[in-house]
Design a protein around this ligand. Structure first.
Ligand SMILES: [Zn+2]
Length: 422
C-alpha cells in the first residue's frame, strides 16, 4: 500500500476539523525539531470528482481551510537542488507534491525514489517539458503525458506509488489535454500562487513573492521548482515566515479503493465560497462556462492588466475633455484606484504572457540540454547536475542576449527540458 507510511489513516473521517486538531501534535510528529512547521494534516482527493484545480486557471482549488498551504515543486529531479529541497522539507517534517519530468526521472531515478521514501506525493509533468502543450496535436500531447508517466513509473518500479496528479509545463493548458487527463483519472494541477522562482530574480524576491501572495489569498497551492538554487536559498525563510504567520502545511494524496477521499462539500473547493443568501456576493462566482471556451488563454497578460489599469486614467481624461458633466473636484477614487491597481499588479498571481516569452527565449538552452546524456556520460553524476545548472544559466543568458523576442527553436522530438518555467 503506497500510502501506508504517511499517516493518512489518522486523518480519515475528521474532515474540516482535523487541521486544527492536528496542530498541537506537530512538534511531537517532528522528532529533533520542536520548532518545525510540520505537516498539519493530509487530505485525500478524488481526481475524478475534481479534475482541474488551482485558481490561477480554474474555478476550483484544493479544499483548504484558511491559512492552509500546499507546497508543490516542478521540474525535478536534479540531484544538486532536489536533494537540498528534500533536506529542508525533512528538517521541517513537511510533505509536499512533486511534479517530475520523465526525462529527468530516467536520468536520475534515485531522485524520484527518494521522494517516495520521504513520504511525498509524486505526480508527473510530461516526458520532455514541452512549452507547447496548448498547441500540440493531441496525439503528441498524449504521448508526452504517457511517456512521462511511464518514465516516472519505471523509476519507482510501482505505479501504485505514483499519484494521478499532473501539471502542464508552463501552465499552457488546453481543454483537449485536460479532457484526456481527466479520462485517465488524472487530476490537472495548476496553482494558486507562483513565486517566480524560474525567473532571474533573487532568492529574496522569491521569498517576498511567495509570502505576499500567500498572505493575499490566505490559503492555496504554492508553485515552486526544486531545480533552482534561488528556491533552495529561499525555502527556509519562506517556511519560517509561514510558521510565524500562522500558516499550516497540508499534504495531498489521491484516493484509492483502500483510501477513501476526505469528506468535503462543493463550496470548500472554491477559493472564496459565496453565500447563497447574500445577493451582493454573487459577483464573485466563477461562471459555469469557464471551461466552454477551451482555446482561451490560460491567464490575463501583463498588457491586459495594463489596459485595465489605464481605465482610470482614461476615465479621468474623458471627464476633462467632455467637461460638461459637473463631477466633484475632489473625487477621491481615480487617484486611489490607480495606486491600488499598481499594488494589484505587483501581486498578480497569474502567469503573464511575457513570462512565457522569457521562457521561450531560453530555447537555445534547450538545444544544449538535449546533449545532456553526452555530458552526463563524461562526468560523475554530481558534476553532471552542475553541468545542467551551468548550461541553463549560460545558455539562457546567451539566448536572452542574442535572440530577444524570437520564437522558440523547435527541436523535433525533444522539447524544452528542465528549465524553470513551471
Ligand atoms: Zn515545469
Amino acid at each position: 500500500m503506497a500510502y501506508a507510511s504517511i499517516g493518512v489513516k489518522a486523518v480519515l473521517g475528521f474532515g474540516l476539523f482535523v487541521g486544527l486538531a492536528a496542530q498541537p501534535a506537530l512538534a511531537a510528529n517532528c522528532p529533533g525539531n520542536p520548532d518545525a512547521l510540520g505537516t498539519s494534516r493530509t487530505i485525500v482527493v478524488d481526481p475524478r470528482e475534481h479534475p482541474r484545480i488551482g485558481t490561477m486557471q480554474y474555478s476550483e482549488t484544493l479544499p483548504l481551510e484558511d491559512h492552509e498551504v500546499v507546497l508543490t515543486f516542478d521540474d525535478g529531479p536534479i540531484p544538486k537542488y532536489s536533494n537540498a529541497i528534500l533536506a529542508i522539507l525533512a528538517e521541517q517534517c513537511i510533505k509536499a507534491t512533486f511534479f517530475e519530468i520523465g526525462r529527468m526521472a530516467r536520468e536520475y531515478p534515485e531522485g524520484v525514489r527518494k521522494l517516495i521514501a520521504a513520504g511525498h506525493s509524486v505526480g508527473t509533468h510530461t516526458q520532455n517539458h514541452p512549452l507547447t502543450m496548448n498547441r500540440l496535436p493531441i496525439e503528441s500531447a498524449q504521448k508526452e503525458i504517457d511517456d512521462g508517466i511511464a518514465s516516472v513509473k519505471a523509476a519507482l518500479g510501482d505505479l501504485a506509488q505514483l499519484s494521478p496528479f499532473f501539471r502542464v509545463p508552463g501552465l499552457l493548458r488546453a481543454g483537449i489535454v485536460e479532457d484526456y487527463l481527466a479520462s485517465q483519472g488524472i487530476q490537472t494541477w495548476s496553482a494558486d500562487f507562483p513565486a517566480d522562482d524560474w525567473r532571474h530574480v533573487s532568492s529574496q524576491t522569491v521569498h517576498n513573492l511567495a509570502i505576499s501572495r500567500i498572505e493575499a489569498k490566505g490559503k492555496g497551492i504554492l508553485l515552486l521548482h526544486d531545480i533552482q538554487a534561488r528556491t533552495v536559498a529561499a525555502l527556509p525563510s519562506i517556511l519560517r515566515d509561514l510558521k510565524a504567520g500562522g500558516f499550516r502545511i497540508v499534504h495531498v494524496v489521491a484516493a484509492t479503493p483502500e483510501l477513501p477521499k476526505t469528506p468535503t462539500n462543493a463550496q470548500q473547493w472554491q477559493m472564496h465560497p459565496t453565500s447563497e443568501t447574500v445577493a451582493i456576493s454573487h459577483w464573485q462566482k466563477v461562471p459555469s462556462f469557464a471551461f466552454a471556451n477551451l482555446d482561451m488563454l490560460p491567464a490575463p497578460t501583463i498588457s491586459a492588466s495594463d489596459q485595465m489599469l489605464s481605465l482610470t486614467e482614461s476615465f479621468e481624461r474623458n471627464r476633462r475633455v467632455r467637461g460638461a458633466i459637473p463631477l466633484p473636484q475632489q473625487a477621491p477614487w481615480p487617484r486611489q484606484s490607480r495606486l491600488q491597481a499598481m499594488t494589484d499588479k505587483t501581486m498578480l498571481p497569474v502567469p503573464a504572457q511575457d513570462l512565457f516569452g522569457i521562457a521561450e527565449r531560453h530555447s537555445v538552452a534547450i538545444r544544449a540540454l538535449v546533449q545532456l546524456p553526452h555530458h552526463a556520460q563524461q562526468s560523475p553524476r554530481g558534476s553532471a547536475s552542475d553541468s545542467i545548472a551551468r548550461l541553463i544559466s549560460i545558455n539562457a543568458s546567451a539566448a536572452k542576449r542574442t535572440i530577444p523576442g524570437s520564437m522558440p527553436v523547435t527541436q523535433p522530438g525533444l522539447q524544452p527540458g528542465p528549465i524553470g518555467v513551471r
